[in-house]
Design a binder for this molecule. Structure first.
Ligand code: SF4
Ligand code: SF4
Length: 493
């Protein structure tokens, strides 16, 4: 559009106000149609159940697994110890200064998800996403209490009888218990699981533990019980951009319209000549947990759970037609079948290879970093106020806060020395020797030893207002050495 066109359009808009028909209603927000998905049996339903129980099992069992790290160190295999400011993964202990390892794990998880999505479509959404798992569980509870989809619909539309109040009350009560159990398990990852369980049961757990469980119980109950598919529709950003990972070889839930259309209800003779195989029974829509009609094509709301495949395969079997009218397949294979060409599935594609390369690079970088990880680290903070002090003998003194991170599980003694400033000496508060060239510093296991270090030097030896110096720390056992550059401030010449 050029500038003139823009001007014309805007002037037209300003001189000709849009007349609104008073009868016409503007619908901005559509009501949420209640979805009563039918239960269905089949391969995908079974895979979903198996995935659900395996994931819930892992989620609840992992915090109870122990890992011997020696005395005085938590023995939980995976623990995010917020109060102790450590994360424990098997033998690995991550300090707050090493939070980049957690970032690396998150990057690996994200790239892994992109990779899996480019190969198998929305398997994460359909089978493993916590929202999917918990919603499935909540649907199961609802079905046990309120019955199949028609019974649930009838119950919702019917009057509030005692039976309805009982069923609804029981359902919400069990939903809350399930939500509570899910939330309970979450705090195990941040506390010693057996200890915090006893504390919670005795009512002596810390307030933040109780608050976490309360908040998670309510959010799980609301999201899995009430919001359900609305989370995927409106709250989750993933469906909005995961389509960018798809290509014609990505496995997706597809309806073969070339085979199914024109659809029509079946007749007694079950004659499928000059018509499609879809009998328009809507079973695929009725079982869909998000209310999608997959026959309309790919939709953001489709979570790729495959239940419509189970439903349609059952119908095809009854009709003595080949299964797979709705199938888990790639677009290129669908086209190949349509045109009677050989089907192929391309695992190795530029897109998937790009993800593999990124995964390998990140894994390699993390592996190298972990393999060469030091058990010793140092932080030096120079005093800013005052920058320096002139002593009575005319010499200049600077103060430093020297922190030694002993990440080992045994106590260590280190030798601290100074380089770069002729005649300089150190005094470490709490360490008896004063004015020394070298000082021995002890740090107990798995802690940060903090020392106040004063460095004194003759004014004549300074190279100006700022003289570069080096603190050299040597581990007396392993000889590991850390050299830390800093400056010594003075009045200048
Ligand atoms: S379940 Fe199969 S036959 Fe029935 S409406 Fe869906 S696509 Fe058509
Ligand atoms: S359309 Fe099929 S695969 Fe997609 S969400 Fe519905 S049932 Fe699951």
């Amino acid at each position: 559009m050029d500038a003139n066109t823009t001007k014309d359009a805007s002037s037209t808009a300003s001189t000709k106000p849009i007349k609104q028909n008073p009868e016409e209603k503007t619908i901005r927000y559509a009501d949420r149609p209640e979805i009563y998905p039918r239960n269905i049996k089949g391969i995908y339903r079974n895979v979903k159940w198996i995935t659900l129980w395996v994931l819930l099992g892992i989620y609840h069992i992992v915090p109870w697994l122990r890992w011997d790290r020696g005395e005085g160190v938590p023995d939980q295999m995976i623990l995010m110890d917020l109060s102790g400011r450590r994360a424990y993964f098997f033998d690995m202990v991550i300090w707050p200064q090493e939070v980049y390892y957690l970032t690396g794990i998150l990057i690996l998880a994200a790239i892994g998800l992109f990779f899996v999505t480019s190969l198998f479509g929305r398997v994460w959404c359909g089978f493993t996403c916590p929202q999917t798992v918990w919603t499935d569980l909540f649907f199961w509870v609802e079905r046990q209490i309120e019955g199949e989809s028609n019974a649930r619909r009838k119950l919702d539309k019917g009057p509030w009888t005692a039976a309805k109040i009982f069923k609804k009350g029981l359902k919400h009560f069990i939903w809350l218990i399930v939500a509570f159990l899910m939330s309970f398990a979450w705090v195990w990852y941040f506390n010693d699981a057996p200890t915090v369980t006893v504390e919670i049961l005795q009512g002596t757990a810390g307030s933040w533990v109780m608050a976490t469980i309360a908040v998670l119980t309510i959010t799980t109950y609301l999201l899995a019980g009430w919001a359900r598919e609305q989370v995927c529709y409106y709250m989750c950003p993933w469906p909005r951009f995961q389509g960018t990972m798809f290509d014609e070889d990505t496995l997706l839930i597809t309806y073969e319209d070339w085979r199914g259309e024109p659809r029509a209800p079946t007749n007694k003779l079950r004659n499928f000549e000059n018509r499609g195989h879809c009998i328009d029974c809507t079973m695929c829509v009725q079982v869909c947990p998000t209310g999608v009609d997959i026959r309309l094509g790919q939709q953001m709301q489709c979570i790729g759970c495959g239940l419509c495949i189970d439903a349609c395969d059952g119908i095809m079997e009854k009709m003595n037609l080949p299964k797979g009218l709705i199938r888990y397949d790639s677009i290129s294979n669908g086209l190949a079948r349509e045109h009677k060409k050989p089907e192929t599935f391309h695992l190795v594609r530029p897109r998937t290879m790009a993800y593999v390369v990124i995964l390998l690079v990140v894994m390699g970088a993390m592996g190298f970093s972990l393999g060469t990880r030091s058990l010793l680290d140092v932080t030096v903070l120079r005093d800013r106020a005052p920058l320096f002090v002139t002593l009575s003998d005319g010499s200049i003194r600077n103060g430093y806060t020297y922190k030694i991170l002993n990440k080992d599980d045994s106590a260590r003694t280190y030798t601290l020395s100074l380089k770069g400033l002729e005649g300089a000496s150190m005094t470490v508060i709490g360490v008896e020797k004063e004015g020394a060239k070298q000082v021995m510093l002890d740090v107990v296991p798995d802690t940060v030893g903090t020392y106040k270090v004063f460095v004194k030097a003759d004014k004549k030896n300074l190279k100006g207002k700022s003289t570069g110096i080096e603190f050299i720390l040597v581990d007396n056992v392993s000889n590991e050495t850390i050299v830390h550059d800093t400056v010594f401030a003075g009045p200048g010449r």
